[in-house]
Design a protein around this ligand. Structure first.
Ligand code: A3P
Length: 310
């Protein structure tokens, strides 16, 4: 595989001071390691009809969605004082298809898989068996301006660059051009959106901003969609509110594991990088009028067919 990567188009990010090189394979830009994980997943993963996938473009609310889905499916076993989410970071509670394929297959060779499976793979890069099945797909998306700001800080933290050494304007331009992990961003959201228009019963779109505004309805929708609806009794007992509270940014970001835990073997060295501000609209502190004009034009050009309000 190493030889194959040498033949692919490459892009080294200037704003990250040459510390990150992405490769373009089958129209997707990514690190070699993540491409390799995707290739392996496509070769070996066989979807089951009751599998549930949590899909997202990075920095769109993946960590939150994973925590919520995990809390929903394990609520009979654990409550807010015993949940593994209190001591394990959400990314380690839910397996990732293109990173932990071997464990996913080995752990659950025949039985139905207990937890949802997460992935950042674009729709067209998913294993064929997922696209051919009736598996449920939950796609979380977020105002792209906030995605860009979140991505900027995440990458610069990973590569240990202070803001003054990592020009936001260059990061913004590269992102718009499609040079980002699992990018282009535009194709990512378009792929899932097309799939959901073709097969609405198998895909649920959740919007980060809506989840912030109205967590109860969105968590109920999520639970119903993945096959774990809340009973009237649970609703009365406040189980939904308790899950929302446990998975809130305030709670998760203050847990020791998420404040000081290290990402062993991951390209993300510290868990805290996944928890920055957790706010809607931070982009206003970064975007110039020119950037706003450029991105709004791109959203219109690339995504107006999706009908999604970005
Ligand atoms: P910010 O950088 O804007 O703060 P992902 O999980 O897809 O990597 O996305 C990370 C973004 O989600 C970060 O956004 C992070 O702070 C925010 N986030 C993480 N956990 C969250 C939670 N429990 N609730 C709301 N937002 C959360």
């Amino acid at each position: 595989m190493e030889e194959m990567f040498k033949t692919l188009p490459q892009h080294t990010s200037s704003w990250l001071k040459g510390k990150q090189t992405l490769y373009k394979y089958q129209d997707v830009w990514n690190h070699e390691k993540f491409h390799a994980g995707g290739i392996l997943a496509r070769q070996s993963f066989k979807a089951r009809s009751n599998d549930v996938f949590l899909c997202s473009y990075p920095k769109s609310g993946t960590t939150w969605l994973k925590a919520l889905a995990y809390a929903i499916v394990t609520r009979k076993k654990f409550d807010a004082s015993t949940s593994p989410l209190l001591t394990t970071m959400p990314h380690n509670c839910i397996p990732t298809l293109d990173k932990e394929i071997e464990q996913i297959i080995e752990k659950h060779p025949n039985t139905s898989r207990f937890a949802p499976i997460a992935t950042h793979l674009p729709y067209n890069s998913l294993p064929e068996s997922i696209r051919a099945s009736n598996c449920k797909i939950v796609y979380v998306y977020r105002n792209v301006k906030d995605v860009i700001v979140s991505y900027y800080h995440f990458m610069r933290e990973i590569y240990k660059l202070p803001m003054e050494d990592a020009p936001f304007e260059e990061a913004f331009d590269e992102f718009c051009q499609g040079f980002s992990v699992y990018g282009p961003y535009w194709d990512h959201i378009l792929g899932y959106s097309k799939a959901s228009l073709e097969r609405p019963e198998t895909t649920l779109f959740l919007k980060y901003e809506d989840m912030q505004k109205d967590p109860i309805s969105n968590v109920k929708r999520l639970a119903e969609f993945i096959g774990y609806p809340f009973t009237a009794q649970e609703a009365k007992e406040g189980v939904i509110e308790s899950i929302i509270k446990m998975c809130s940014f305030e709670n998760l970001s203050n847990l020791e594991v998420n404040k000081t835990g290290l990402g062993e073997g991951s390209i993300v060295p510290e868990n805290r990088f996944y928890f920055r501000k957790g706010k809607v609209g931070d982009w206003e502190n970064y975007f110039t009028d020119e950037m706003i004009e450029k991105i709004d034009k791109l959203i219109d050009e690339k995504l107006s067919s999706t009908g999604l309000a970005l």
